[in-house]
Write a protein that binds this ligand. Structure first.
Ligand code: ATP
Ligand code: MG
Length: 137
């Protein structure tokens, strides 16, 4: 069954949105197969966002991801990569639809509270970066 990597970023944790976000994935019917709370180092954040290393916001983005605790999760279900992105909404919360996590709960792109893998192959890479195989149930 398909799996995706989802992370509640430091702003989402700090704002008390953990249960709100988890419940949206649960209510949809996806299955939580791994979860942990972790404060990533900047080096780890750079690995996670390596595809964006040439973007002007890369340094600030990695500083931000490593600024506090993150909830790292793996969710499983049919179509979970694509539909997970749908639950999350567009990258820029000004463009995400109401009803999505970012549309309902965030305002600016640099504080968009949640990450979701963008394709099945990046999902595999991200799950391997954040979790050991034995962490998954
Ligand atoms: P994520 O990978 O976090 O799930 P995404 O896939 O919707 O988000 P990406 O293009 O992968 O979007 O960008 C990664 C993150 O970089 C975004 O979630 C956002 O926090 C930040 N970001 C993207 N574009 C900008 C920008 N123009 N200015 C500042 N930060 C940005
Ligand atoms: Mg992305």
């Amino acid at each position: 069954l398909e799996r995706t990597f989802i992370a509640i970023k430091p702003d989402g944790v700090q704002r008390g949105l953990i249960s709100e976000i988890i419940s949206r994935f649960e209510r949809k019917g996806f299955k939580l197969v791994a979860i942990k709370i972790v404060k990533p180092s900047k080096e780890f954040a750079q690995k996670h966002y390596h595809d964006l290393k040439d973007r002007p916001f890369f340094n600030g983005l990695c500083d931000f991801l490593s600024s506090g605790p993150v909830i790292a999760m793996v969710w499983e279900g049919e179509g979970v990569v694509k539909y997970g992105r749908k639950l999350i909404g567009a990258t820029d919360p000004q463009k995400s639809e109401p009803g999505t996590i970012r549309g309902d709960l965030a305002v600016v792109v640099g504080r968009n509270i949640i990450h979701g893998s963008d394709a099945p192959d990046t999902a595999k890479d991200e799950i391997n970066l954040w979790f050991k195989p034995e962490d998954l149930v």
